[in-house]
Design a protein around this ligand. Structure first.
Ligand code: PLP
Length: 461
């Protein structure tokens, strides 16, 4: 299995190489050269298996010979052993034909743990074989960073730096990043918003002297291995509702487009997904693009669902690559136009995207109202991101079961939940001392050279 860049001008890599590389050297994102298809009987055979075994069978065809089968099974087992629910990704029912996929039972209470815990295990195993050491730099709107800190803290061959927008993450998110005491993890509070953080990380990858000097690797959702790990729960949930005999639909609260792109891959692999619905908050570039055909940036407005406060959805590039017939030159051109503010999606590409994804947006008031309504009618407490999904899903219910992804635990965003319900959701017992642990972070300016200096100094040895 080979991986190619969406911009068509970077080396072709194996799975293991693509995982370690993150952003391609031409600025693009790695995608599999071909997507392996699972036969209907193979999908049917997933019914009743553990989450871990489904994970093995769904991901194995993408890995080539990076890990032996027994080794990969062991990494999967370790990755999910710290989850607080035996099912890993349980489904609960919200309405006659509407289900909620709870993806928040991992160690940092958001779906990011599914990919990050596994990628931590896989990187550690791959580096242990060669004795190499790498530096990981990631940008976060809150949840990726906490999940990465938890997955990489204490690993012997990795230094991890997480850039987060100062003052724009929730207290729980910040504390999950600033309280790990291990010396190999570093929380950097940057002046700016999430897009600034993401842009500086991309700048570091595009500075090849720096990139090679510190052996830079990435764990943002641009990393293919993360997308792959998220494909699994589309299969586990669909099969438990009757796939492949019965089709299902999914609604996905979306920011960087990584999670919903995993659903797109699941469909390409043969999972019968009828609708794949993009749900955005008032930062609605994706919904606007789907409706108008114009992908135009418009600034970021802070919201009560901050993990989706993004104006440039990195992984959308992967969908565009397919929509433009896998023409890397065309994608490069679009990304150059995006730097100047936006681009018009061609008619052919727009037709493909509209045939593949539906979309909707949810205002702040609607988010609050949805949290209140879901609690009143089902007893389920939604986080504000999940509420965005539930609201948009409600506009797309049909004959097949709708599965909305619940991307975080409500206790990770207690202010929004309190505003809706008048009560603060409690943290699960296993993280009860989060507010008692000492914090450790470094304030940094929105400046590439200054950031590089911090990384160089802390990785010098
Ligand atoms: C990251 C995140 C999202 C957005 O996921 P993408 O893969 O970036 O689209 C939504 N909700 C929560 C809670 C998140 O942490």
């Amino acid at each position: 299995m080979n991986y190619i860049s969406t911009r068509g001008a970077a080396p072709v890599l194996t799975f293991g190489e693509a995982m370690m590389t993150g952003l391609a050297r031409d600025g693009g994102l790695y995608v599999p050269e071909t997507v392996p298809v699972m036969a209907k009987a193979e999908i049917a055979a997933l019914a009743g298996l553990t989450y871990e075994e489904i994970a093995f069978r769904v991901m194995r065809p993408f890995l080539g010979d990076t890990f032996r089968d027994d080794e990969f099974r062991e990494l999967i087992a370790k990755a999910y052993s710290g989850f607080g629910h035996a099912a890993r990704a349980p489904l609960v029912q919200l309405g006659a034909n509407h289900f909620l996929l709870e993806l928040f039972h991992g160690p940092t209470l958001a779906f990011k743990d599914f990919a990050m815990q596994l990628i931590g295990q896989m990187m550690q195993a791959a580096l242990a074989k060669t004795g190499e050491r790498i530096t990981i730099v990631g940008a976060t709107s809150g949840d990726t960073g906490s999940a990465a800190m938890e997955a990489f803290r204490g690993l012997s061959n990795v230094d991890l730096f997480i850039l987060f927008p100062h003052g724009r993450v929730s207290d729980v998110q910040r504390r999950q990043m600033t309280t790990p005491s291990e010396a190999n993890v570093h929380a950097l509070a940057m002046d700016g918003d999430f897009d600034d953080c993401q842009a500086r990380v991309k700048d570091m990858f595009n500075d090849f002297a720096f990139r090679d000097g510190v052996r830079l690797a990435g764990v943002n959702s641009i990393n293919w291995a993360r997308v792959l790990a998220q494909v699994v729960y589309y299969f586990s949930s669909a099969v438990s509702l009757g796939a492949p005999e019965r089709a299902v639909s999914f609604t996905v609260p979306t920011g960087n487009f990584g999670d919903i792109f995993a659903g797109y891959i699941a469909r390409k692999m043969g999972l019968p997904i009828e609708q794949l619905v993009i749900a955005t908050n008032h930062n609605d570039i994706l919904d606007r693009a789907m409706r108008s055909g114009a992908y135009k940036t418009d600034g970021v407005k802070p919201s009560i669902s901050p993990s989706m406060d993004i104006q440039v959805s990195s992984n959308f590039e992967r969908a565009l690559f397919d929509a433009y017939g896998r023409d890397g030159g065309a994608v490069s051109q679009l990304m150059a136009e995006l730097k100047a503010g936006g681009f018009a999606i061609s008619q052919g590409a727009l037709q493909m995207l509209r045939g593949t994804f539906a979309s909707g947006r949810c205002s702040e008031d609607e988010t609050i109202a949805t949290i209140r309504h879901a609690f009143a009618t089902t007893g389920e407490v939604l986080c504000p991101h999940s509420a965005v999904g539930v609201k948009v899903a409600g506009e797309h219910l049909g004959a097949v079961p709708m599965i909305t992804l619940a991307t975080a635990h409500p206790a990770k965003f207690p202010d929004a939940v309190e505003a809706a319900m008048g009560a603060r959701p409690a943290l699960p017992l296993r993280m009860g001392d989060l507010f008692d642990r000492p914090e450790r972070m470094t304030r940094v300016p929105n400046d590439l050279a200054a950031l590089q200096a911090v990384v160089r100094e802390r990785t010098a040895r």
